[in-house]
Design a protein around this ligand. Structure first.
Ligand code: AP5
Ligand code: MG
Length: 189
């Protein structure tokens, strides 16, 4: 089982690199952000709740997101592994993931930290906002997302270092170059 946590600030390339990882290693992909955006599109109760948080650049409550994660995980049959994209985002979520995997006789194989400076993150997300119009890709909300990342999510770097799972990835450069660094890290596991 290959259980990869792909980690990084908003705009660091988690979604972009996840697609390539899925294709190369044949594992399942869970993006909590994509799940929530699909719920919003479908107008569900969960979607209505999620929209309030996402539009403000805030995280949803841990219990809610942990439940979503658990049911998505259970929906995978004969899985070779999973890439977790956008989860965990808090220490409580990391602890819940550890427990969930342990209950299934598994563990996180590696945490890949896509390291990208803030000015580059801002440039990428403003550009995406202009091109495809994700509701939270405007300057004001991006700034809030970056603050939330620093205060609530970045502490997971030390948490995963303590677990012996941390792997730094240079997140700036060509998408192919970054992917090559990821593949090298995964293949040496
Ligand atoms: P989520 O959907 O996870 O958004 P995010 O973390 O803000 O990150 P993004 O999806 O914007 O960026 P990414 O790292 O995937 O980068 P991408 O590949 O797209 O979460 C959204 C919201 O949902 C949260 O704010 C929260 O409200 C809620 N939520 C989600 N999960 C939650 C959780 N676990 N707990 C609580 N709440 C949760 O790339 C970005 C752009 O850059 C793209 O346009 C791409 O083409 C471009 N790009 C990628 N790589 C490169 C490169 N190497 N060079 C140049 N451009 C590049
Ligand atoms: Mg994403």
């Amino acid at each position: 089982m290959l259980n990869i946590v792909i980690f990084g600030a908003p705009g660091s390339g988690k979604g972009t690199q996840s697609e390539r990882i899925v294709e190369k290693f044949g594992i399942n992909h869970i993006s909590t952000g994509d799940v929530l955006r699909a719920e919003i599109k479908n107008g569900t109760e969960l979607g209505k709740t999620a929209k309030g948080y996402i539009d403000q650049g805030q995280l949803l409550p841990d219990e809610l997101i942990i439940d979503i994660l658990a049911s998505t995980l259970d929906s995978f049959q004969d899985s070779k592994g999973v890439i977790f994209d956008g989860f965990p985002r808090t220490i409580a979520q990391a602890e819940a993931l550890k427990k969930m995997l342990a209950e299934r006789g598994q563990e996180v194989s590696v945490m890949l930290d896509l390291d990208v400076p803030e000015d580059e993150l801002m440039t990428r997300l403003i550009k995406r906002g202009q091109e495809s119009g994700r509701a939270d890709d405007n300057e004001e909300t991006i700034k809030k997302r970056l603050v939330v990342y620093q205060s609530q999510t970045a502490p997971l770097i030390d948490w995963y270092k303590n677990e012996g799972k941390y792997q730094h990835i240079h997140g700036v450069g060509t998408m192919d170059g970054i992917f090559a660094e990821i593949v090298a890290a995964v293949e040496k596991l």
